[in-house]
Write a protein that binds this ligand. Structure first.
Ligand code: AMP
Ligand code: GLY
Length: 450
């Protein structure tokens, strides 16, 4: 086992996080790297595998990030003091456990705790034990039981729509919400045919909130609440995606409601995981609907959300590296309260042609230069599905290609900054939503409960 590198002393300053290795390749990881770079105690940044935009701020390593051995070996060979795991797949596979076993601090939950995202049925069990409000649900794993189960959910039973989910990981695309029984049935039957158990849920009505919390055992520290836009098209039309945009904070959500979510949902779930011997360490993402009966959970994720992170971290003033290190080492309770910049952030995803289907890739992108942070600009471009071609061109390599972030003193100004920056980007066949944060900017979101 490698020794844990001790903290370095620089004069009177205790340098806690020296070299941070970030795992992942999306705009979320690009945002994490930018926020880590603002932390004066972070002296070196590496990323694996990264993308065409992260190469300028971190050393990049091409490894299999789902391999416990590959991630641990890389962290050891570059002398990383802290490994930050962005995506869910390595977490669900136990990569964080392996990094910790090698004696290196890791931001991200154990394989056991990551089941809160990796197995929706486990999340339901935890919520039931913790007394947390969520949609009623039923698992169907036998096609012969599908029709009777569909009759217990959806319009005949009073719900306005069926909610049909893949019980396992599905990159945000395993969910179909529809008032059409045939479509609900077809999605469920397709999942069952592929050998995936299906989760049917009652429909939760109300505006959605993504609340990210740093969690270390029973200590819970919420970040700014955000909202993301899952459907591909304006006006929430078309299929679900991994997320087409987000904004933070939410002008329509009171501080009291955020506290209620922390007290009624996140703390009880964190305590229940401790009680079950699977304490959570890292970022617990709670997706909720604010219904007329109060907040109800739609889903938990065991990591930062994408694209909400791009908006939330744009406003974080506190040093992210120190917070992550404290979370990873069980010292979160001793940290000072979080500080945020005033104002709002909006992020808009530029997606490749045909996303969320099989995206067209390999197109040259113009105007996606990442702006130096020192420019003081109100907008920035974060990369996701991008790669460097041999001739130096930046080309698309995935479905969600870029996340453009705008900041402003109000949501309208943040939207204007993001969309102004997008207008100078050229990617053949690409598309983006034009209504990210619009309803909130126009004051059109209200809660039916306080
Ligand atoms: P999930 O992957 O579980 O977050 O689901 C993706 C999206 O489907 C959510 O962001 C919601 O917009 C919608 N959704 C999921 N579950 C429900 C539910 N029980 N009621 C209403 N909408 C839901
Ligand atoms: N924004 C949704 C997710 O990260 O799963």
């Amino acid at each position: 086992m490698a020794e844990v590198p001790g903290p370095v002393e620089r004069g009177a300053i205790r340098v806690a996080s020296v070299h941070v290795l970030v795992i992942g390749s999306g705009a979320r990881e690009h945002a994490l790297l930018l926020a880590l770079r603002r932390d004066p105690e972070v002296l070196a940044l590496s990323v694996a595998p990264g993308n065409a935009g992260t190469g300028g701020i971190a050393d990049q390593y091409e490894i299999d990030v789902t391999s416990r051995r590959a991630v641990t070996a890389l962290a050891q060979s570059i002398g990383a003091d802290l490994v930050v795991i962005g995506p869910e797949v390595p977490l669900v596979l136990g990569v964080a456990d392996a990094v910790r076993e090698a004696g290196i601090a890791c931001f991200g939950p154990t394989k056991d705790a990551a089941r809160i995202e990796g197995a929706k049925s486990f999340a339901k069990e935890v919520m039931t034990s913790a007394g947390v409000r969520t949609a009623g649900s039923e698992i169907v794993d036998n096609p012969a039981h599908l029709d009777s189960a569909l009759d217990r959910f959806g319009p005949p039973s009073g719900d306005p729509a069926w909610v049909v989910k893949d019980d396992g990981l599905a990159a945000g695309k395993g969910v179909v919400v529809t008032a059409d029984r045939d479509s609900a049935r077809a999605h469920a039957a397709g999942l069952l045919e592929a050998g995936h158990p299906v989760l049917l849920e009652s429909f939760l009505d109300g505006p959605e909130v993504s609340l990210f919390c740093l969690v270390d055992g029973e200590t819970v520290v919420p970040l700014l609440p955000a909202q993301d836009f899952k459907r591909v098209g304006d006006g929430d039309s078309g299929p679900n995606t991994g997320g087409m945009g987000a904004y933070a904070p939410l002008p329509w959500l009171s501080g009291e409601m955020t506290e209620r979510i922390v007290d009624e949902v996140v703390k009880p779930v964190a305590a229940e995981l401790v009680k079950r011997g699977s304490p959570f360490s890292g970022l617990l993402y709670t997706g909720l609907a604010i219904t007329s009966n109060g907040p109800a959970v739609i889903e938990f994720n065991c990591r930062f959300g994408d694209p909400e992170t791009q908006a939330v971290l744009a406003l974080l003033e506190s040093p992210l590296g120190q917070l992550m290190r404290a979370t990873a080492t069980g010292e979160l309770a001793g940290q000072s309260p979080l500080r945020w910049y005033d104002g709002f952030a909006v992020t808009v995803v530029v997606a490749a042609e045909n996303y969320p289907g099989r995206p067209r890739v390999g197109d040259v992108i113009h105007g996606a230069e990442t702006d130096p942070e020192s420019s003081g600009s109100a907008s920035s471009v974060l990369h996701a599905g991008t790669a460097n071609r041999d001739d130096g061109a930046i080309v698309s390599s995935g479905g969600r290609v870029l996340s453009v972030v705008g900041i402003g003193s109000d949501l309208g100004a943040a939207r204007d900054a993001a969309y102004a920056r997008i207008s100078s980007i050229r990617l053949p066949g690409s598309h983006f939503r034009s209504d990210i944060g619009l309803a909130a900017a126009e004051g059109k979101i209200s809660l039916s409960s306080g």
